[in-house]
Design a protein around this ligand. Structure first.
Ligand code: HEM
Length: 132
């Protein structure tokens, strides 16, 4: 049930807006303006693209086997401290992804999707805390 709701939220959003990356980063930098300068070396958006891809890998894993996210999130979280990204900020990327999809879906965002994302975010936060 949870997996289905997450997957349909992602599929519907992609149908509506295509590549979600520009909107995800636009929202992140609007909500936390200080973060944009951290990506000054990323001229072609390649790093931002693979960072978001890594998050999707974690999301799909978390609603399935739950193996990869358990090691990737704590190790990325620790590595990000060296970029000056503290664990709370690191985690905040996931709600930004959720909010981007919620906004893209508008009236198509269902209570089941909202609940599924709450559960997913709690899981991902738990893995982040393991690193903190
Ligand atoms: C708001 C939260 C986050 C910030 C501010 C942030 C910031 C950064 C920065 C500054 C870099 C390096 C940029 C460079 O080398 O020029 C980076 C790389 C990366 N981040 Fe994040 N990050 C965040 C969240 C995450 C999350 C949640 C994940 C995955 C679980 C993640 C995965 C990655 C990966 C895989 C790379 C390397 C990409 C590559 O070099 O191809 N990041 N991040």
């Amino acid at each position: 049930m949870q997996a289905e709701a997450i997957i349909s939220s992602l599929e519907l959003a992609v149908e509506k807006i295509g590549d979600p990356a520009p909107r995800v980063y636009e929202r992140l930098f609007r909500e936390q303006p200080g973060l944009e300068e951290l990506f000054f070396m990323d001229n072609d958006g390649g790093v931002r693209g693979s960072m978001l891809q890594q998050c999707f890998d974690c999301i799909f894993d978390a609603i399935g086997e739950g193996v990869i996210c358990r090691s990737v999130i704590p190790s990325e979280c620790e590595r990000h401290v060296s970029y000056g990204v503290e664990p709370d900020v690191f985690f905040s990327f996931f709600p930004v992804i959720r909010d981007t999809f919620r906004e893209a879906l508008g009236d198509d965002w269902t209570p089941e999707m909202a609940q599924a994302w709450e559960t997913l975010l709690a899981d991902l936060k738990h893995h982040t805390r393991e690193a903190a």
